[in-house]
Design a protein around this ligand. Structure first.
Ligand code: ZN
Length: 321
């Protein structure tokens, strides 16, 4: 399988800005701690309350919530017993899954209202169900054809459209896996951006490319066009809870896009996310943002993936006119 080429966008910063910062949170859905775990459904009393706290402390900050249309995952790791049975293990869900519809965003009006009330929040897509048959329980797009990917994306968008909120047409695929048929389907459906690659290891240096999770070979700290036509933009994640402050400064000193990631679920039945939303991680981000303001001031563009994608499109449309 050939991966589509990834071409860095040459000019993506607005006039007067030298670098940019975006922050995104995965796995957001209306589940509550009284059910499996808080995926955002606890609203201000839970993880989203911490997001609200951070936004109020940093009014310039923008947050992209990658929301799953109809979350069905319970546990991220497969059953060892079922996973040991050849053939069968590829045809079954290897962890318990929720019935369709139980966490649909268009059936959670309070969740939608709360998310819409948060200042500086942008909503984008994080898959249809966040599950798959076989050992990779949460990697939703695997060997599906373009037509199958298209059908899943259409259903995902249909559910989003049924909820009364604003969203941008960007996808962070569950497990960050973006096989070529998914990228083709996103292009055919005129999605604006995809955020697949995550690399928090590769050193920050001119021309650095991603070599960790999701798409490989994507520019590590620059937006890129996926494929031949200038249709779909790609953003790489390059910073999380375990990253040292110096990594953020290196990205920004290089004139790059610092892309910070968090996961809304800290503890999924004992599976602890290192970058899960909690007070400790958010205290760290609070300190980081204060330092970024002190160091870079007005030269730093506090933005979101949706806004960067929109800006690039508008700039290129002007240049072509
Ligand atoms: Zn996810």
């Amino acid at each position: 399988m050939m991966t589509l080429p990834l071409r860095p966008v040459e000019r993506w910063l607005p006039p007067g800005k030298d670098a940019a910062v975006v922050f995104s949170i995965d796995d957001v859905h209306p589940g509550r701690s009284s059910e499996d775990y808080d995926g955002g459904g606890d609203l201000g009393a839970g993880a989203l309350g911490l997001v609200e706290w951070l936004l109020r402390r940093h009014p310039e900050l923008r947050v992209t919530l990658f929301v799953t249309a109809d979350w069905r995952e319970t546990r991220p790791s497969p059953s060892r017993v079922l996973g040991a049975i050849p053939v069968l293990r590829d045809r079954l869900y290897l962890a318990p899954v929720l019935p369709k519809g139980s966490r649909r965003v268009d059936r959670a009006p309070e969740f939608v209202r709360y998310v819409s009330s948060l200042p500086g929040v942008e909503v984008a897509f994080h898959g249809l169900h966040h599950i798959h048959r076989g050992p990779l329980v949460h990697v939703e797009f695997q060997r599906e054809s373009v037509a199958e990917c298209e059908a899943m994306l259409r259903e995902m968008e249909r559910i989003f459209s049924g909820a009364d909120w604003q969203f941008v047409r960007g996808l962070c695929p569950p497990g960050w896996n973006a096989p070529e048929p998914l990228l083709s389907a996103l292009q055919r459906l005129s999605f604006e951006f995809v955020a697949s690659a995550r690399d928090i290891r590769t050193p920050i240096a001119a021309g650095a490319r991603t070599a960790m999770s999701g798409l490989l070979g994507a520019p590590l700290f620059t937006p890129a066009w996926v494929g031949e036509g200038q249709q779909l933009l790609h953003f790489s994640t390059n910073f999380q809870a375990t990253s040292p402050l110096e990594r953020a400064f290196s990205v920004l000193d290089a004139g790059g896009l610092l892309a910070i990631k968090a996961h809304i679920i800290k503890n999924a039945h004992g599976h602890i996310a290192l970058d899960g939303v909690d007070q400790t991680y958010f205290n760290y981000l609070d300190a980081l943002f204060l330092e970024l303001r002190r160091r870079y001031g007005e030269r730093l563009w506090w933005t979101s993936m949706g806004k960067v994608a929109r800006h690039i499109r508008e700039t290129e449309a002007c240049a072509a006119a």
